[in-house]
Design a protein around this ligand. Structure first.
Ligand code: M6R
Length: 361
């Protein structure tokens, strides 16, 4: 059941600290600064030269996030919508690793993307929540995100658990491919260790309710971010549109002046995501939208005091490593979407036209 919550979505948002504890248990070895993923013996990625991540929806946003993590570690990586990948396959070979990210492990687009590389020599890896799902049988290796069952159509805890798993996987790959201990690993592992508590703090202290109350009757919402803040912006907008039925659009803050700014008015709240990297540039974008009188909701670290002057609301996240800051920012956006949809009395767990698992292409 819903365990006293009005909706599965809210229950699952609140389950995130527990889910994340399960995700990271036994995988973050702080003693010798290594990430360990039980199913993957050391050296399994030694020959990998490039990574293709394939996924849809929220899982695609986790895949985009991982692409940035891998690129930061010097590993060439691209994220693809699996529904495009199968029909327009890029070149792959025996030094390509194809990672399929899927909560359910049953998404038809993602299964067919994996099937399209079978026989090309590419290595395949499933990152999924569901034990024994079809995807795990189609891929050579599997890493489970261990989020526990997710019932709400809107994916929440699975995104957090996917990203945490992909952070560990990126570290693990970087150890195999480059050897030695990559820069900043110990900081990162420390941040991963406190991630469940950081999420709990957000759940306890969030002021998302005042944001949802202030803006649930606007016509259009924009979400902007840079680096890992870009997929978080896309995810914030996807969640918002899925359950409120209002128009919401996410894009890179870098794109703003290349078109979307034309739509920004005093009636379009802009959510700006700050993750601790390139924040000054995103702050500049915030100034631009403010000059068009748009309400600004910033999601920013406790330590980013400068933002107070430029935002109508600031949703705070604990100071942490940039690689995991996006998980925290996303939790604030999950709460905003949920509370805004609740204000509008939407059927949050079963949004119209959508299914939990999309099993046809
Ligand atoms: O089970 P999967 O992760 O493969 O599902 C992918 C998408 O269908 C899914 O994330 C969808 O976009 C959700 N409704 C998002 O909340």
């Amino acid at each position: 059941g819903k365990g006293g919550y009005d909706h599965y979505m809210l229950k699952e948002i609140y389950e995130q600290p527990t889910a994340l504890r399960q995700t990271i248990r036994g995988r973050s070895n702080q003693l010798d600064n290594r990430a360990e993923l039980e199913a993957l013996p050391r050296g399994v990625f030694s020959d990998v030269e490039s990574v293709h991540l394939v996924a849809m929806g929220t899982s695609y946003h986790a895949a985009m996030y991982a692409r940035t993590l891998l690129a930061d570690r010097g590993i060439p990586a691209q994220a693809f919508l699996s529904g495009e990948y199968g029909s327009n396959p890029p070149p792959t070979g025996d030094r390509t690793l194809v990672i399929a990210v899927s909560q359910s492990g049953e998404t038809a687009d993602t299964l067919s993307a994996i099937r399209s590389v079978q026989g090309t020599g590419a290595q395949t890896l499933a990152v999924t929540n569901v034990v024994g799902s079809t995807l795990t049988r189609e891929c050579e290796d599997t890493v489970y995100i261990r989020a526990g069952p997710e019932i709400g159509v809107a994916a929440t805890k699975s995104f957090s658990a996917q990203v945490a798993t992909l952070v560990l996987l990126s570290e693990r790959m970087s150890q195999d491919i480059q050897g030695g201990t990559p820069r900043a690993t110990s900081d990162l592992l420390d941040s991963i260790a406190v991630l469940p508590d950081d999420v709990q703090r957000i759940l306890d202290e969030s002021t998302a309710e005042s944001v949802a109350k202030a803006y649930h009757d606007s016509d259009s919402y924009f979400f902007i971010g840079r680096g890992i803040g870009h997929p978080v912006a896309l995810e914030g907008a996807l969640k918002f549109k899925e359950i409120t039925y209002d128009h919401a659009e996410g894009f890179s803050a870098a794109e703003l002046k290349h078109g979307p700014l034309a739509l920004v008015t005093e009636r379009t709240p802009v959510f700006a995501i700050f993750t601790g990297r390139n924040d000054t540039k995103t702050l500049h974008n915030v100034k631009e939208v403010r000059a068009r009188d748009a309400p600004v909701v910033a999601v920013a670290a406790d330590g980013f005091g400068e933002i107070d002057e430029y935002a109508d609301h600031v949703l705070r996240i604990p100071d942490t490593h940039n690689d995991v800051a996006g998980v925290l920012a996303n939790v604030q956006l999950q709460l905003v979407s949920y509370l805004a949809a609740d204000e509008l009395s939407r059927p949050i767990d079963k949004p119209r036209n959508l299914a939990k698992s999309v099993t046809v292409e």
